[in-house]
Design a protein around this ligand. Structure first.
Ligand SMILES: NC(=O)c1ccc[n+]([C@@H]2O[C@H](COP(=O)([O-])OP(=O)(O)OC[C@H]3O[C@@H](n4cnc5c(N)ncnc54)[C@H](OP(=O)(O)O)[C@@H]3O)[C@@H](O)[C@H]2O)c1
Length: 328
């Protein structure tokens, strides 16, 4: 099968096109023929081995060469074969999943416990746009943010992969949304259901007089100590990401939030999709929103499989409007 393999850290050029054997599913696994994928900052962090700080953290990146040699966390495709103990899926079923690498290939083996039926009303490309970004948004709003109907939420970084889902899921949960994004995406974020949109090039959201119950900080564009001004006294601050950097960021933003959490009346926490215990259950919940149209994936660009390095290069620029999708 064709795949992009990376055996060293570096720019998108380290992703080498290769012919490798099709994997064989274990008893609890399903072999999926991938029809579409999408790229995430997860891919370029792992590709570059950055931030360097992550190479020193337990469970983080490997020190010298990549731990994950085939990147790609979001997949949608068709079941090709199933392991001996698999009961939920059969060859021919359409599925989607978030996986810890392996998606930049024609086939991948996925544990049955991670796989979910693809929403019928979505194309493979639309389904592949969902898993990591939407799961992260759901974790931030529902599990960490405890968002309730009628509450006010501010989403900083409302126009990217995670942000476009966060705005829609927050609306689906009955909240009033303020989104922060660049000028090109103001209309988009309004159209996704944000009652108010702040263009970060003309207005500093931390100077808002209005107070919010929840801040979902995806962009991490301002220090946590400053951003939390927009919260009500008992409000919640959920960190999703931070500014890009080679050495410390975006981890520095996350760590500073955790450090501050000991000294403030605000609840401060981190949404981490990679350590999420129930991605399957969350994808089922998201499927309900996707099936009835309350949440619609926003696709910025589509790249063919052969152009995965270009797709990552575009995402790295940091201004995607929604998701960047790979068509197989
Ligand atoms: N914790 C987790 O499990 C998890 C999972 C997924 C992602 N993340 C992290 O979350 C962050 C975003 O991920 P993503 O997939 O949404 O990335 P993305 O698709 O690349 O989106 C980045 C967005 O950031 C916005 N942005 C740039 N500068 C900004 C600023 N000063 N103020 C507000 N928004 C700004 C851009 O909006 P404009 O184009 O409008 O400027 C762009 O839409 C990354 O740090 C990523 O590592 C974390």
């Amino acid at each position: 099968m064709k795949a992009f393999v990376s055996n060293s850290y570096g720019s998108p050029d380290v992703l080498k096109f290769a012919e490798i054997p099709v994997p064989v599913p274990r008893d609890d696994e399903v072999l999926v023929r991938i029809r579409a994928g999408s790229v995430n900052p997860y891919d370029w962090h792992n590709m570059r081995g950055e931030p360097y700080l992550a190479r020193l953290m337990p469970g983080g990146l490997a020190l010298r060469t990549p731990k994950v040699t085939i990147l790609g966390a979001d997949i949608a495709g068709r079941v090709e074969a199933v392991g001996g103990n698999v009961t939920e899926f059969r060859p021919g079923d359409d599925v989607f999943a978030v996986i810890n690498g392996g998606g930049f290939a024609e086939y991948v083996c996925v544990r049955e416990s991670d796989l979910v039926p693809k929403p019928e009303n979505l194309s493979y490309e639309e389904a592949a746009a969902v898993p990591m970004a939407a799961n992260t948004a759901l974790l931030a709003l529902r599990d960490e943010g405890h968002l309730l109907p009628g509450q006010r939420v501010l989403v900083n970084g409302a126009s990217g992969g995670v942000g476009t889902f966060a705005v829609q899921i927050a609306r689906a949960l009955g909240a009033e949304v303020t989104g922060v994004c660049g000028p090109r995406n103001v209309d988009l974020v309004h159209s996704l259901g944000a009652a108010r949109v702040i263009d970060y090039t003309t207005q500093d959201f931390t100077r808002e007089a209005r107070r919010h119950d929840l801040l979902v900080d995806i962009a991490g564009s301002r220090p946590v100590s400053v951003s939390r001004r927009v919260l009500r006294p008992k409000g919640t601050y959920v960190v999703v990401g931070g500014p890009p950097g080679r050495w410390v960021q975006p981890m520095g933003h996350v760590l500073s939030a955790l450090a501050l959490s000991r000294f403030t009346g605000h609840r401060i926490s981190v949404a981490d999709a990679l350590s999420c215990p129930s991605p399957k259950q969350n994808l089922r919940t998201l499927s309900e929103f996707l099936n009835d149209g309350r949440v619609v994936p926003v696709i910025d660009r589509r790249y063919p499989f052969e152009e995965i390095p270009r797709a990552i290069g575009y995402l790295e620029e940091g201004h995607a409007s929604g998701k960047v999708v790979i068509s197989f």
